[in-house]
Design a protein around this ligand. Structure first.
Ligand SMILES: Nc1ncnc2c1ncn2[C@@H]1O[C@H](COP(=O)(O)OP(=O)(O)OP(=O)(O)O)[C@@H](O)[C@H]1O
Length: 422
């Protein structure tokens, strides 16, 4: 494994960065960062990427993280990326949530954007809350340890982290079960009052608490990140980029506080009934205090979810960037996503259209046909009422073979499965 993991999130050695090295890269230069290798100045990257930065993407099947000769990023001049200067301006912290349909390139774009921010002198953290993690692959480093990992090959402050949503789900289960689910039922059974719980069957608490609502895992993951990045020792990080789960999850997490309000209401209702039925024995057994603690825990969970929803809606510090590909189906879904986000008052300003074939693709018959389809899809964006007002960032589909050939000419050790983005 290449990554030199920091000991834990709370003890991140942020002193390793100095203002000197964090501002060392000019966006006017083409940047080609290869871990522990010099820059091959003979390669012209403009033909490959007009708009954004490149990221290495070894295939997921080969999860062996190399520690040398990795292509990290290639950034083009800032002025070629519409609105990038605006995104990178200022030292006030900003959160960027990248989301969209499954497989369109959210992770790749999140990784690229994070590299670009870091290279622009913004200390950055990129976090994947997508259950189908591929951030480790994007950076060719193991980010699965639940800790912030400094991204290799950059002189600039960029840390990455994949959060395991299953762990977050477990946390909910344990909090909720102690709160009127199994915990209370066991307790009532032991008191010979199990029938009372049966009578409360209409509340369907077991079902409610055993099956966490969709989106909860992601919301919890985001809230965890918020908790630590709000600590003073992380105040130096001015850009936090989230690679979010596919569309549905994101929308559901926005309605979680309402869901939890309803479930907490039910739990409190149950508690009230149980409390009155057991008033004679509860003080003897000292269970009351325990249940109170558990209720507080659930209430805290609800508060955390409200905070996440508020973060998504904070127009001053947050922007949701929709990632899509130039197909009619993906664009229609992006349009629906944009409408739903607007309805939820989530600020959306930009649309990244990924995997756009370059004009040179017309040399091949199939590619020419595909490009025509893509251009048609791009036209739909221009007339779509939900999308036409958004700033468009086009990211090219990368021809891996060409790039690999160019690279392998320059760097003999480069793995053949490296691909590039943006
Ligand atoms: N511009 C591009 N050119 C070539 N390949 C690309 C490009 N963008 C993404 N890919 C490839 O598409 C695949 C999916 O990309 P990625 O994992 O970034 O998508 P995602 O939206 O995060 O997926 P998921 O929804 O499964 O998390 C990857 O194999 C990646 O290498």
């Amino acid at each position: 494994m290449a990554a030199a993991c920091v000991p834990s999130i709370s003890s991140l050695p942020i002193k390793r960065f100095s203002a000197k090295n964090s501002l060392s890269v000019s966006m006017k230069d083409f940047l080609f960062t290869i871990s522990r290798t010099p820059q091959p100045s003979s390669i012209s990257w403009t033909k490959i990427s007009r708009n954004f930065s490149f990221i290495s993407l070894p295939t997921a099947t080969n999860r062996v993280y190399r520690n040398s000769f990795q292509v990290r990023s290639i950034a083009t001049p800032a002025e070629t990326v519409e609105g990038f200067d605006e995104m990178a301006a200022g030292t006030k912290r900003k959160y960027y949530m990248l989301g969209g349909k499954g497989g369109v390139g959210k992770t790749s774009c999140a990784a690229s954007l994070a590299v670009k921010f870091a290279n622009h002198g913004q200390p950055t953290i990129v976090v994947s809350t997508d259950p189908a993690h591929s951030l480790s692959d994007s950076f060719d480093q193991d980010l699965t340890g639940g800790m912030l990992v400094p991204v290799d090959g950059l002189d600039t402050p960029l840390f990455a982290l994949e959060i395991n949503p299953e762990k977050a789900r477990e946390e909910f289960r344990s909090a909720s079960q102690k709160n009127g689910g199994t915990g209370v039922k066991d307790f009532m059974d032991s008191m010979g009052l199990g029938m009372l719980v049966e009578q409360l069957g209409e509340l369907k608490l077991g079902e409610l608490l055993d099956t966490p609502p969709p989106g909860l895992d992601e919301a919890m993951a985001i809230s965890k990140v918020m908790q630590f990045v709000e600590a003073p020792e992380y105040s130096m990080f001015t850009r936090i980029v989230f690679d979010t789960a596919p569309t549905g999850h994101t929308l559901r997490l926005l309605s979680l506080p309402d869901f939890l309000d309803a479930s907490i209401g039910k739990i409190l209702q149950l508690r009230k009934k149980i409390t009155s039925a057991t008033s004679a024995i509860k003080s003897v057994l000292g269970q009351e205090e325990k249940r109170q603690d558990a209720s507080d825990k659930l209430e805290q969970l609800r508060e955390r979810m409200v905070k996440v929803r508020d973060l998504f809606r904070d127009t001053d510090s947050t922007e949701f960037v929709i990632v899509t590909i130039p197909t009619v189906m993906a664009i229609n879904e992006s349009s629906r996503l944009s409408a739903s986000l607007k309805k939820e008052h989530v600020p959306v300003k930009r649309l990244i259209v990924n995997q756009v074939l370059p004009p040179s693709a017309s040399d091949c018959k199939f590619c020419a046909m595909k490009r025509k389809d893509q251009m048609r899809a791009l036209d739909i964006i221009k007339s779509d009422p939900e999308l036409k007002g958004l700033k468009l960032v086009q990211a090219p589909l990368v021809d891996n073979i060409t790039i690999n050939r160019v690279l392998t000419d320059a760097i003999t050790c480069l793995s053949k499965d490296v691909t590039f983005l943006l």
